[in-house]
Design a protein around this ligand. Structure first.
Ligand SMILES: *[C@@H]1O[C@H](CO)[C@@H](O)[C@H](O)[C@H]1NC(C)=O
Ligand SMILES: *[C@@H]1O[C@H](CO)[C@@H](O)[C@H](O)[C@H]1NC(C)=O
Ligand SMILES: *[C@@H]1O[C@H](CO)[C@@H](O)[C@H](O)[C@H]1NC(C)=O
Ligand SMILES: *[C@@H]1O[C@H](CO)[C@@H](O)[C@H](O)[C@H]1NC(C)=O
Ligand SMILES: *[C@@H]1O[C@H](CO)[C@@H](O)[C@H](O)[C@H]1NC(C)=O
Ligand SMILES: *[C@@H]1O[C@H](CO)[C@@H](O)[C@H](O)[C@H]1NC(C)=O
Length: 585
């Protein structure tokens, strides 16, 4: 579930991070610039003795490279993405801030705080467990850069007393490069008087988890094993992040009414509307308890957890919904700090409740595709790999904390099955990370990479993407496991900053463990190329027929909205957006 395409945008001023290549950390020096190798290298088997595994290391490197592609604002000298330019230098000026930096959210040019916060949280959390993987692959300096671009932007976005910018840009139709981005880019913010409990909380989680990472915190992987933190150390930065995390949490906790942020800023509704805020409250309070040892945070986390009837039996984990992550983080907090006086057994059992429903095929609204992709109805209809990989990332995070070794192994095996699916073990023989392997997806929806400027013909203009979007993870196949590699089909092909982190958890895990090559290296069958089905199922429908279908679709969608609940709202929004863009309904 994500918003689509195109947004308006443009211009202003200085950039926060002095130099992207600047190292904040002691041991994280990149000896040379990492550039993604050609896709053919994805077929080269690694020597069994090679350590760290070159293929996993390359995948981690590519996955981080994607964040450089997505950068906004003034770019550092000698920037490694040679085809990117400075852009949107005036972002934030309308509210007196310099928000020129940060990341473009997805295939379009908006900047969205809510998914950015989950991105940073996931990256930081995993880097406190599997950070040895980043170090071994020499990617820690790029992790640092990526985190700082996001964190510095969040610090600026929250630098005015009691307020946080939650979105820049609007739903305009712009398809083109980084030089002509429309300049109409309003900044929307939430404040103490007009709060968004969810985004305050999510931002608090991002800053606090990153603060722990920059303090060198390693998290337990289980009762008898500790993870490794990536070697980022900067006490000053860590304190700064923690202080702001505390302020934002205070806003989430005390600003009234507690509400979802689109209630405060209806203008964000089309982009990343939020379902709830209790999950963000629980996670942020738990991270703060872990960072400070202050019991008042954990009391608040537990009270909110209980009052909100966690654990929920159903539901995906993603940029919006973090409920399934809550018991996992609480279980980890209990192992990390006995002083927090948490009941490990309770949180294990809650975490396993959700995971077991998935493994046993008992979660409602879910199924496994015939090719083996875990599917959450509604959520998986757009960016299908995202709910699957988020669940996989959580399963890997949790498996060492499980109530039995056997259960833990089951979670791990399941997680690896989803990871393998994304990396080529699927009916399409498709590798869903761009530029990694000859079977990689070729047409990610990315206005930056495509090189096209014709919004009405983004599939054919140009026929081949101008630049290879190395490391971008596309949305994923449909529920028949079909992937059409069609740029205009954003549900399948769009890239986004929150798409990579769950896969990166698994990658870092493998590198840290010294595991052998990923699945795609042994993939010799060619990718299955499917003709794109026309919108009516047949060819050449008249405009009238298309309009009729469109009306029917609207009616059906409205009925579904009524019947099936909140998540279907996305489809309606999508419909209108696509209609406006002249894309298929
Ligand atoms: C630590 O972070 C601060 C804040 O970003 C920065 O000014 C400083 O240069 C960093 N220190 C080192 C040693 O990298
Ligand atoms: C990482 O850097 C070290 C020091 O330059 C080098 O010996 C090693 O081969 C590099 N490893 C990878 C995976 O690039
Ligand atoms: C960056 O600028 C160059 C030179 O003007 C241009 O050719 C290129 O398309 C721009 N890149 C993007 C992503 O728009
Ligand atoms: C894990 O780390 C904690 C805190 O640093 C330490 O007390 C504990 O002994 C470690 N456990 C293992 C199994 O190494
Ligand atoms: C713990 O955090 C609360 C805010 O949630 C604060 O009022 C209190 O002073 C903190 N206690 C300590 C010991 O820092
Ligand atoms: C901890 O939680 C478990 C499972 O919910 C429960 O059976 C047990 O009584 C709890 N222990 C304490 C000390 O509350």
């Amino acid at each position: 579930m994500r918003p689509s395409l195109f947004s308006a945008a443009v211009v202003p001023i200085v950039h926060l991070a002095a130099s992207a290549q600047a190292q904040s950390s002691s041991s994280a020096t990149a000896t040379s610039t990492y550039l993604p190798p050609p896709a053919a290298s994805g077929t080269v088997a690694s020597a069994a003795s090679a350590s760290p595994n070159p293929q996993w290391s390359q995948l981690l490197g590519n996955s981080l490279y994607f964040y450089d592609v997505q950068r906004a604002g003034k770019l550092p000298d000698n920037f490694r993405v040679s085809w990117r330019n400075n852009s949107v230098l005036n972002d934030g000026k309308d509210v007196g801030l310099d928000l020129s930096g940060g990341f473009f959210d997805a295939g379009n040019f908006i900047k969205a705080t809510f998914p950015l916060c989950w991105t940073i949280t996931q990256l930081s959390w995993a880097a406190m467990m599997f950070g040895g993987g980043y170090d071994a692959a020499n990617q820690t300096s790029y992790l640092d850069e990526t985190l700082r671009v996001g964190l510095d932007w969040l610090l600026e976005a929250s630098s005015q007393q009691d307020s946080l910018v939650v979105l820049i840009g609007n739903e305009g139709v712009y398809w083109g490069g980084d030089q002509d981005i429309p300049t109409d880019r309003p900044s929307y913010k939430i404040t103490r008087q007009n709060p968004g409990t969810d985004v305050f909380g999510s931002c608090a989680s991002a800053l606090t988890s990153a603060s722990m990472l920059y303090a060198g915190t390693a998290l337990p992987l289980g009762p008898n094993s500790n993870g490794t933190a990536a070697s980022l150390r900067n006490t000053t930065y860590s304190r700064l992040l923690l202080n702001r995390g505390q302020s934002l949490f205070n806003l989430a906790q005390t600003a009234t009414p507690q509400q979802v942020y689109q209630a405060a800023v209806p203008q964000v509704k089309w982009a990343y509307p939020s379902t709830d805020y209790a999950d963000e409250l629980v996670l942020s309070a738990t991270f703060l308890a872990m960072a400070t040892g202050n019991k008042s945070y954990i009391d608040y986390a537990q009270t909110t957890y209980t009052a909100s009837h966690f654990p929920f039996s159903n539901g995906a984990l993603n940029w919006d919904q973090h409920t399934p992550a809550a018991p996992v983080l609480l279980a980890q907090a209990s192992l990390m700090d006995a002083g927090l006086d948490l009941n490990t057994t309770k949180y294990q059992s809650d975490a396993e409740y959700w995971l077991d429903l998935i493994l046993n095929g008992q979660m409602s609204q879910t199924f496994s595709t015939s090719g083996g992709l875990f599917w959450f109805k509604g959520d998986s209809d757009s960016a299908s790999l995202n709910p699957s990989l988020n669940a996989a990332s959580l399963a890997v995070t949790y498996h060492g904390m499980a109530s039995s070794t056997q259960k833990g192994q089951g979670y791990l095996d399941w997680a690896l099955s989803q990871q393998d699916y994304a990396l080529g073990k699927n009916p399409m023989n498709a590798v869903y990370s761009v530029g990694l392997h000859p079977n990689s997806a070729q047409n990610p929806q990315s206005a930056l990479a495509s090189g096209g400027t014709d919004a009405a013909n983004i599939d054919s203009s140009p026929p081949t993407e101008r630049w290879v979007l190395y490391g971008g993870l596309v949305g994923g196949p449909d529920k028949q496991d079909n992937y059409y590699d069609q740029r205009s089909d954003y549900e399948q092909t769009e890239v986004a900053i929150d798409s990579n982190p769950p896969l990166m958890t698994l990658i870092a895990y493998h590198i840290q463990n010294g595991d052998a090559d990923p699945f795609y290296v042994s993939l010799t069958q060619p990718r299955v190329i499917l003709p794109y089905p026309s919108s009516g199922g047949g060819g050449g429908l008249s405009g009238g027929a298309k309009a009729g279908i469109a009306i029917a679709v609207i009616l059906v969608v409205i009925i579904i909205v009524g019947l099936l609940g909140w998540w279907q709202r996305e489809r309606l929004r999508t419909f209108w957006r696509r209609k406006r863009l002249g894309l298929k309904a």
